[in-house]
Design a protein around this ligand. Structure first.
Ligand code: GLT
Ligand code: MN
Ligand code: MN
Length: 388
């Protein structure tokens, strides 16, 4: 059993430079760990058989670094990628750290700042393309309000759309093989964030110039903060072919964004999530957007990385065992689970509508059946607890 929990490249696990490399800063305290040089980070990922690395423009090329410094970082990074076989799985733009973005980036009330934000993204897209990143993520961390009256929300959404359409144009114009993914979050650091959930983001995408170029990058912690089921949200994203990328981590409900190690909190939700990703053959990166505990140090941060992957692989094995279990299959049958895949009335015709209206349903009788959910759910728990 244990062996299968060792990651392989084809598992497509990925980590961002800002994740394992997080310095341990929080709103109340400064760094507890030293920074890791990007090239060293990549080499270490390679040793752990991690497939991909992601970065913000500023993680790779620090703000105000000179061109000569940037060239050296990029050269070392490139060499580490080539030597280790690690690929760049995603790139993104930091539109939240610098105080210039305190009122938002694409939705700042200041048009000069909106322009600066768009320019920063164009440059970040260039860096992403240079390293072959197939996806550009957009987490609108500062796109939102504390004072509801400070932005007319319809204008804000219009400016958000204007920016995204501009990037669609730019990527096409440059011929970059890149898609974009919006990452929703309900709040933090803003009081209320625009495009707060998977549902809001997916609806917004349909209004863009080329919706096929834009999908979502949902994060476990963010939907959980909103009190929503991540599993159900991701399922709808897959159903709408919008799951371009995923941020795996963990979160206690009702808290600040904790970015905990995947599989360390919501075991049952994560079990069904992994089962869903495996069953549907999700082929994108399995990207861990989480960070070691603030009091972790030294090798502990790499242990955190290994355990994130181990938890995914262990849950995948549990999910396979669950689906292969004859008791689960029998429980599926009696619960009606399998008949949900059958059509109900098919496509509309006046004939079928007339026929349907003539059918006689005895609702009282239909209400008598059971769905055996207790049995089915306990079977999932039995598998998770290792009782089966
Ligand atoms: C930031 C945020 C994450 C986003 C990253 C991408 S940055 O750490 O909390 O959820 O995925 O911008
Ligand atoms: Mn988060
Ligand atoms: Mn994230």
């Amino acid at each position: 059993m244990g062996n299968s929990f060792t990651p392989k490249r084809e598992d497509k696990f990925a980590f961002g430079l800002w994740t394992i490399g997080h310095l341990g800063t929080d709103p109340f305290g400064t760094a507890t760990r030293p920074p890791i040089y990007p090239a060293d980070f990549v080499r270490k990922l390679g040793e752990l058989n991690v497939w991909g690395v992601s970065f913000h423009d500023d993680d790779l090329l620090p703000y105000k670094s000179t061109l000569a410094e940037q060239d050296k970082i990029k050269k070392d990074f490139r060499k580490a990628l080539d030597d280790s076989g690690v690929v760049v799985s995603m790139s993104t733009t930091n539109l939240f750290t610098h105080p210039v973005f305190k009122d938002g980036a694409f939705t700042s009330n200041d048009p000069q700042i909106r322009k600066y934000a768009i320019q920063k993204v164009l440059n970040a897209l260039d860096v992403g393309a240079e390293f072959g990143a197939p996806t550009a993520v957009f987490w609108g961390g500062r796109e939102g309000v504390e004072a509801a009256g400070s932005k007319y929300p319809l204008d804000a959404l219009e400016r958000y759309r204007e920016a995204m359409n501009f990037f669609i144009g730019y990527i096409k114009d440059k011929g970059y093989k890149m898609r974009m993914a919006l990452e929703p979050k309900p709040n933090e650091p803003r009081g209320d964030t625009f495009l707060p959930t998977i549902g809001h983001a997916m609806a917004f995408i349909e209004t863009l110039d080329d919706p096929s170029m834009v999908g979502i990058n949902p994060e476990v912690a963010h939907e959980t903060m909103a009190g929503l089921s991540f599993y159900q949200g991701v399922a709808q994203a897959i159903w709408q072919e919008k799951l371009f990328h995923i941020d795996l981590n963990d979160q206690k409900i009702g808290r600040y964004d904790q970015d905990l190690r995947f599989g360390s909190e919501g075991i049952k939700d994560n079990f069904f999530l992994v089962r869903l990703l495996e069953k549907t053959g999700y082929a994108g990166p399995k990207h861990f957007d989480s960070r070691p505990y603030r009091n972790e140090h030294g090798d502990g941060i790499w242990e955190f990385a290994k355990n994130s992957m181990k938890n995914y692989l262990a849950l995948a094995e549990k999910a396979r065992a669950y689906d292969a279990d004859p008791e689960v299959q029998a429980a599926h049958k009696v619960s009606g689970h399998d008949s949900l895949s059958q059509k109900t009335v098919g496509g509309y015709s006046s004939d079928s509508a007339n026929k349907l209206k003539q059918e006689v349903f005895d609702a009282d009788k239909l209400a008598e059946r059971g769905y055996f959910n207790e049995r089915l759910d306990q079977l999932a728990i039995d598998h998770i607890l290792g009782l089966k």
